[in-house]
Design a protein around this ligand. Structure first.
Ligand code: ARG
Length: 676
């Protein structure tokens, strides 16, 4: 592949280039980042001129941060040069020498220019068209031109089976049984899907885990609710069993919550309420205790609730294009007392956990009374003193959220021997620091180093102010998108995007883009209908619209080519005239496409999907310039039909490459490109 790529340059120097390339960066980098070819070549030239060493030169060459700044940026301060080197002068010198040493025209680069302590290079339009377009098209799936089903390999995908594939566990979404699906669960789902896709695109083996909140005192409450208000008959006939359970949970929960509106006149009533809450608390704890003790009836009830919930979630996540490999929630380690006992034994034996005595005993359930087991971080590591105290077992002997998380780390290590585990969880920063520190105290420092908490601001509890179930959130989105499609969307939106079946896909992309935008703006907003549904600006509909327009243009170009050159003819079709793409806006679009692998790598390093999102909108903008030019000028003014055909083929290739980059970027964000 590499030799063929370099051959595409023409104009000699191929052997030389190949020698540089093979002896330099790893084959992976070369094959999966087209810019690396340019970079490697440039590194050799610059090393020859500055004498800084090949590797240093390579590292000092960065993809340019913004358009207009060239494509590659030789950052002189990144070189470790002798003290007193005047970088400005050196930059001017490098420009002069490069210009003198470059053949004219150079097959890869335009003449560089100096910008302070930077030397900036533009890739030559000729090489961009001749290397990049075939490069991208080569990496397309086998499904042929029009298949959306065939997975187009990302421009960034390393070879199918890298020698030692690393394993990443991505834990995300993780709602609690019987409770609302909150905004932070939604954001975790969207962010987590991206993180998982990203690791996969980078060649990792990924396991998607939903750490259901299916254990703990709130499960006792859920069980209590069922015992008091649930009915198997109603459940059997109910159209929406999950909602039924959720309603029961909400009802018992309401009895439990302190009611703030109580005034003095209602004091008597308030006392009654408090009494009721006290009773309920006892009943809840007793119900949970029965579950922890493995009482058959309690376990059976728990399994019923859990199964209904998982069935609901699996089908509802599917609407979002998300599938989990594993729903092993908090219960997993608790239902396997051995796993817990092992961890606790070490915690105690090593003196990491201690039993509290003589606490304030206020019984507020925080375990600050006699009998609870705690880790007091200050005692083990002065640097971790600000982590305070974590409770391992509450005073009534039940397990805690903290203990379950610690034990789960070790359990997953056994099951999966992961290289990386990412927790995508809104806030809870202190909790995860405590968990990671405890893993370290258990003598598993290297495991602790593989754990990463990807945190974010939670936002309002309920999405859109009142949606309580994931399915309700998705329904609402579809409703908003359909309404906008029927009223505010401009007339030139292709009809298929408005159709019911496709509107679902558009609604999901709208939601994803909306949440990523909200994450960047105001965390206190839950829903901004305009941001969700508009066809301009950085929105889901705008993205799908651009994609639809691109596909429309592609099929028009193809139809026109077929009309001129019917398949019965013996002709092989017009060859592409890439020189017609050497000017703006086409060449600018191609420059952007060249950056995609670097953008993907940056998004992987930071785990920030916004990096990809804003890149995709740059592509969308540049693409619309291209499409508008054609609309304005018509095609092939004053040229022979043959010329016009060759230009159309070149454009079709460019658009096909654009389509692939858009699709790959959208897939990383877990957005399905809307198809007819
Ligand atoms: N179920 C929790 C919640 O709703 C989130 C779980 C986060 N993950 C974890 N390993 N603790 O807040």
């Amino acid at each position: 592949g590499l030799a063929a790529l370099v051959q595409g340059l023409g104009g000699g120097g191929e052997e030389e280039e190949e020698a540089v390339l093979t002896g330099f960066a790893t084959p992976d980098v070369l094959l999966h980042q087209p810019l690396a070819i340019y970079r490697a070549h440039l590194a050799r030239t610059l090393d020859g001129l500055v004498g800084c060493g090949l590797e240093q030169a390579y590292d000092a060459i960065q993809p340019a941060s913004s358009a207009g700044n060239g494509d590659l940026d030789f950052v002189l301060p990144k070189l470790k040069l002798a003290d007193g080197t005047k970088l400005q002068d050196l930059a001017a010198d490098v420009v002069k020498k490069v210009c003198a040493s470059f053949p004219r025209p150079h097959p890869l680069f335009l003449p560089p220019f100096k910008d302070g302590v930077h030397v900036r290079f533009f890739l030559s339009p000729k090489s961009l068209t001749r290397i990049l377009i075939p490069y991208i098209l080569d990496r397309r799936g086998k499904g042929g031109d029009d298949s959306t089903a065939a997975p187009a390999p990302a421009l960034t995908t390393p070879p199918p089976a890298p020698p030692a594939q690393k394993k990443a566990l991505v834990e995300f979404s993780s709602p609690n049984l019987g409770q609302d699906f909150r905004t932070d669960h939604l954001r975790s789902t969207i962010l987590g899907a991206f993180v998982a896709n990203m690791y996969e695109a980078m060649g990792w083996h990924v396991v998607r885990i939903n750490y259901l909140g299916d254990w703990g005192k709130q499960i006792g409450l859920l069980g209590l609710g069922w015992i008091k208000y649930g009915s198997d008959d109603v459940l059997a006939k109910h159209a929406d069993p999950f909602r039924y359970i959720h309603e029961i949970a909400a009802r018992i929960d309401a009895e439990f919550r302190p009611r703030l509106e109580a005034t003095r006149r209602q004091q008597q009533q308030q006392q009654q309420q408090q009494q009721q809450q006290q009773t309920r608390r006892g009943e809840r704890d007793a119900t949970f205790k029965r579950l922890e003790d493995g009482e058959a009836q309690a376990v059976e009830l728990w399994e019923k609730m859990r199964d209904i919930s998982i069935a609901y979630y699996a089908s509802t996540y599917a609407r979002l294009g998300v599938a989990f490999d594993d729903y092993s929630g908090e219960s997993l380690v608790c239902r396997n007392p051995e796993a817990l006992a092992r961890v606790e034994a070490v915690l105690r034996a090593e003196g990491i956990a201690e039993q509290r005595s003589g606490g304030d005993g206020d019984g507020d359930g925080d375990g600050d009374g006699d009998g609870s087991w705690v880790v007091d971080f200050a005692k083990h590591n002065p640097a971790a003193a600000r982590l305070g105290v974590a409770v391992v077992r509450a005073r009534d002997g039940t397990t805690t959220y903290f203990l379950r998380d610690v034990a789960t780390v070790l359990d997953r290590l056994e099951d999966y021997s992961f290289d990386k585990m990412v927790y995508v969880v809104g806030e809870q920063d202190a909790h995860f620091r405590q968990v990671f520190e405890t893993v370290r105290l258990l003598g598993q420092g290297d495991v602790a180093g593989r754990l990463h908490h990807l945190s974010f601001t939670r936002g309002p509890a309920q999405w859109g102010g009142d949606a309580r179930l994931l399915g309700d959130i998705l329904d609402r989105c579809e409703e908003y998108v359909r309404r906008a499609a029927a009223s505010t969307w401009p007339d030139d939106v292709p009809a298929h995007l408005r159709r019911t079946a496709v509107a679902g896909q558009v609604a999901i992309s709208s939601l994803v883009v909306h949440e990523l935008n909200i994450r960047n703006r105001s965390h206190t907003i839950g829903l901004d209908v305009e941001l969700l549904t508009a066809t301009d600006g950085e929105t889901g509909p705008a993205l799908q619209l651009a994609y639809a327009r691109l596909r429309q243009t592609l099929s028009q170009l193809k139809a026109a080519a077929a009309a001129k050159d019917p398949p019965t003819s013996t002709s092989t079709g017009a060859a592409a005239d890439y020189s017609s793409l050497w000017d703006a806006p086409w060449i600018e679009l191609l420059r952007l496409l060249a950056r995609f692998p670097n953008v993907a790598v940056a998004a992987f390093d930071s785990l920030e999907p916004e990096t990809i999102l804003s890149y995709l909108f740059l592509v969308v903008d540049e693409l619309s310039y291209c499409l508008d030019v054609v609309d304005d000028n018509g095609d092939g003014d004053g040229e022979t039909e043959e010329d016009a055909a060759r230009q159309s083929v070149a454009r079709a290739h460019l658009y096909q490459a654009t389509r692939q980059v858009l699709e790959n970027g959208m897939r990383l964000l877990n957005i399905t490109p809307a198809a007819r």
